[in-house]
Unconditional design. Structure first.
Length: 447
């Protein structure tokens, strides 16, 4: 059985090329090729993750499902995805990202097609859960590639631009689904992203490679002469128990960030998954009008991610706390505007979706970064993984629990719950306003 999955093993290192000009030429070519592959590949992961979201209104009419029925499927996806993200992170560190990411995208595409062939809640839940599991195969190989092919002093820029790929995917999928439903039906709207992802998954296997050393190139630190700053305390190896207990579980700031992440993800996923239906049911929008408005959520998220990172670096001297607090306050304000949008006003609804995307994607990006920075360097992966685990509990809560609120109380209760979540996130982030690192660990390094 193990031999069946040997293709996932990391690629072996080749003898290092000694010609400096050849090394420079190959590095330039492969860095651009791999980045383009990662960017396109991760955008298409969003095609199979969000296709169901925009098909929901038609599925309710065609199959007679309730909001609660569809909310269950949303929770299944995010619970499977959250668990997979943690497990696949461990697996990806011991795998070839070329095949890990490509195979993951192919399988999400196949399960999207299986979903479109189904008609019962049970089969929907099974195939959507499997889709969620293999969605978790998208991010970890990208993290591995970004770490190995881009050095520390440039990685933030490359990572920031790569992070916008899901906004591109999220902006395109409403159009794809709307066109498919208008011309055909909701099943074609599931088949089409599925087929596209199978094709792009094969393209990823062609485009990506493992580490530079697997192509006979030197490590990126050697190539760019950009070695991480060495600190004795930060470079010593820690036991798994020390990492988890001392630097994560006993770190009160990590807990604050984790709970804040939970509430931020409730808001982010709820707006992404339910606003489409809200605009149709409550504001009288057509399917096309609602899909157009949702595009602006991703456009706002694109600019919000870039702006939040720039502000935290340039205006607040590397402090993530002020930007997190200000942006989450902004989320609470914009949610009120979205709730009050007049019926049929596409321009105002689009503006509100832009602002909600702009404000919510700032903390969505920076909370994870803050978790890594406020823990020990050797515990960064565990710290961000721990916080991310809470985030996808929040994503799951945006499924069935919020669908129940929307169904039993109405959209007023839905937006009231989102406003409370925004305020809770803000209150949890305020104690971290001035914190760059944990003062206890800073004292350890000083001593």
């Amino acid at each position: 059985m193990k031999q069946l999955f040997n293709f996932l093993d990391p690629a072996p290192h080749l003898p290092e090329i000694t010609d400096k000009e050849e090394v420079k030429k190959r590095y330039k070519y492969w860095r651009l090729r791999i980045f383009f592959g990662m960017y396109i590949g991760y955008a298409f992961f969003y095609f199979t993750r969000k296709s169901f979201t925009f098909a929901m209104p038609v599925m309710m009419t065609t199959l007679g499902f309730t909001k609660t029925d569809l909310g269950i499927l949303g929770s299944v996806l995010y619970m499977a995805y959250g668990l997979s993200k943690f497990v696949s992170g461990v697996m990806a560190d011991r795998s070839n990202p070329r095949y890990f990411m490509g195979v993951g995208l192919i399988l999400t595409g196949l399960f999207n097609i299986c979903f479109g062939l189904s008609s019962s809640i049970l089969l929907f839940a099974i195939f959507w859960g499997l889709n969620g599991w293999f969605q978790g195969w998208g991010w970890p190989p990208c993290a591995r590639l970004l770490t190995h092919w881009y050095s520390q002093k440039e990685r933030g820029t490359w990572w920031g631009f790569w992070n916008t790929s899901h906004n591109i995917g999220g902006a395109l999928i409403p159009l794809v689904v709307a066109i498919c439903i208008k011309c055909f039906d909701w099943r074609i709207a599931m088949y089409t992203p599925g087929v596209l992802c199978v094709i792009v998954g094969c393209v990823l296997i062609y485009m990506l490679r493992d580490t530079p050393q697997s192509l006979g190139l030197p490590p990126i630190e050697k190539f760019r002469n950009d070695y991480p700053e060495q600190h004795t305390d930060q470079e010593k190896e820690l036991s798994a128990k020390e990492i988890l207990v001392k630097y994560v579980l006993k770190n009160s700031y990590i807990w604050l960030l984790a709970f804040a992440y939970f509430f931020v993800y409730v808001v982010r996923v709820a707006l992404n998954d339910w606003t489409h239906l809200y605009l149709i049911e409550s504001k009288g929008f057509t399917l096309g009008m609602a899909s157009f408005c949702l595009i602006w959520f991703e456009v706002g998220g694109f600019l919000g991610s870039l702006s939040a990172g720039w502000l935290s670096d340039k205006v607040f001297d590397g402090k993530r706390g002020p930007v997190n607090v200000l942006f989450t306050l902004g989320v609470a304000s914009v949610i009120g505007l979205l709730w009050a949008v007049p019926a049929g006003n596409v321009l105002l609804a689009s503006s509100c979706m832009f602002l909600t995307g702009f404000t919510v994607f700032g903390p969505q990006m920076l909370i994870g970064m803050a978790a890594a920075e406020i823990s020990h360097k050797k515990a960064a992966g565990t710290a961000t993984g721990f916080a991310g685990w809470f985030a996808y509990f929040g994503a799951a809560a945006a499924g069935y629990p919020l669908s129940k609120v929307a169904q039993d109380i109405g959209w007023n209760g839905f937006f009231g719950a989102l406003a409370v979540c925004s305020v809770c996130a803000t209150l949890l982030l305020i104690p971290l306003w001035s914190k760059k690192v944990h003062p206890k660990y800073a004292a350890e390094k000083a001593s």
